[in-house]
Design a protein around this ligand. Structure first.
Ligand code: SF4
Length: 455
């Protein structure tokens, strides 16, 4: 699976009459709400504490996972360890078959996107039903979520109205309350009919074996509790040591994700009740590759709040569909190359201006620009993201900047090159692509060196 920054999608998004405006105004609102909510607490101290807890948790992941497992089993749950997304999806299907499930209701879970669970379930004759409103919308549209916490952020309410009219055969409306009600009525019976309910996990508490799910719509609670079987699909990095640690993250997650002081629902699942079955599937799927990298492992501190997407000037212009895989934005550009292989996704870390806004907003203080540069270096070193044209240009630049004579020659060449910039498209495909959206900067008629010499 090779993942490219999707140029066609970028072009379409940039030239769409409405998409960039819809996205940009949503992002602007999200950032304003976040800043207002974070101003009410000791934000910097909490971020610092969250960073320390995650650093400890990732350093002691082996012990914490085993502790979680033994507590979870002691409460009557079953744990399955899986190395790949394929394996995790297969184990999920095995459980569905064991319990004779014909349909699965799903709470919001980005890990299930990694597993391509909907496609795998459908192929096996089991009906997957997304129950988070945004996920429900993108499932109806046959699309992938374009934001970590707001899957349908790229769509306007008019888009959703038309989609419901087309797919659900209802009268057109773009009233958000009516649209929510339509979805609510459709989904209610699905919870009752489903053989299996699935959720992700925002946190796993090692000391108690608790699965914590944070949500706003109530669909996570219904998905997990209405069907007779509950399956939690959890990335292995989600485990934190204690319930006290959770308090730190709950304050940060709601504020960073949605600008709320607290999420509407915080579920603590403590094992199966009333004769029901509960499983937890631990998913590695590339996370140990991140763990093995002393620099990139910091990305495992991520609590998937989406705040870095909301301020990223690239994400805000092109949206999540352009990133080509499950996780968009700055965090996606860091983790994807390690999770799927730098040879297959080495291009993504270059989709950043390195402006640093993501690091300022991140509630767990992940140094995202540093990690992006690290992943760029890996991509170049491993031959996944360099072109002969670029290599030659950088080598020439290095030579030119290494001596006074080289610099003077470079200025002369730039003057001549600037005059001949209309020739750029003919030099190489890379030069053609570069010059399509940009014009060559002009060299000043008098350089600083000339000016200095004259005086
Ligand atoms: S990297 Fe930070 S800001 Fe981005 S999603 Fe993860 S926790 Fe949120």
């Amino acid at each position: 699976m090779t993942i490219h920054f999707d140029r066609k999608q970028v072009h379409d998004d940039l030239h769409s009459p409405s998409a960039p405006a819809v996205l940009d105004s949503s992002m602007r609102r999200a950032v304003e709400h976040k800043h207002a909510a974070q101003a009410l607490i000791a934000w910097d101290e909490l971020r610092e504490r969250a960073h320390e807890i995650k650093a400890y948790a990732i350093e002691h992941l082996d012990e914490l996972l085993v502790r979680f497992e033994s507590e979870f089993i002691a409460r009557g749950g079953r744990v399955l360890w899986t190395q790949t997304a394929d394996e995790a999806a297969s184990r999920f299907l095995d459980i569905c078959r064991t319990h004779g499930a014909r349909s699965v209701v799903k709470g919001k879970s980005m890990v299930s996107e990694e597993l391509e669970l909907n496609a795998r379930l459908t192929a096996a004759g089991i009906d997957p039903v997304e129950t988070d409103l945004g996920e429900y919308i993108v499932q109806l549209a046959g699309e992938r979520p374009t934001h970590i916490i707001a899957p349908a952020i790229h769509m306007s309410r008019q888009d959703v109205g038309s989609l419901f009219e087309r797919k659900l055969k209802v009268d057109y409306t773009d009233d958000p309350e009516v649209l929510s009600e339509i979805a609510r009525v459709r989904l209610r019976q699905r919870y009752l009919d489903a053989g299996v309910g699935m959720t992700g996990a925002n946190f796993g508490i090692a000391e108690t074996g608790t699965v914590v799910v944070v949500e706003n719509e109530g669909n996570g609670g219904l998905s997990s509790q209405a069907p007779p079987v509950q399956i939690v699909v959890m990335g292995i990095e989600k485990v934190i040591p204690t319930l006290d640690d959770l308090i730190v993250f709950l304050q940060l997650l709601a504020r960073s994700g949605t600008g709320q002081k607290m999420s509407t629902y915080v579920h603590h699942f403590l094992g199966p009740v009333d004769g029901r079955a509960m499983y937890c599937i631990f998913v590695d799927a590339g996370r140990t590759a991140l763990l093995a990298d002393p620099v990139a492992r910091e990305s495992l501190y991520c609590i998937r709040c989406g705040a870095c997407l909301n301020v990223c000037p690239i994400y805000r212009r092109v949206g999540g569909g352009a990133y080509g895989w499950v996780y968009p934005g700055p965090i996606g550009s860091v983790i994807t190359p390690s999770m799927v292989g730098v040879e297959d996704a080495g291009e993504l870390p270059f989709a950043s201006t390195l402006c640093g806004a993501c690091a300022v907003e991140c509630p767990v203080k992940i140094d995202l620009p540093h990690l992006l540069v690290h992943q760029r270096a890996r991509a170049v070193d491993e031959g996944a993201a360099s072109s002969p044209f670029e290599n030659a240009a950088v080598a020439s630049w290095t030579r030119a900047m290494s001596s006074s004579r080289g610099y003077s020659f470079a200025v002369l060449a730039a003057r001549v090159g600037g005059a001949a910039s209309s020739m750029l498209p003919w030099i190489s495909p890379a030069a053609r692509a570069w010059s399509k959206e940009r014009s060559m900067p002009k060299v000043a008629s008098m350089t600083f060196k000339d000016w200095w010499r004259e005086r």
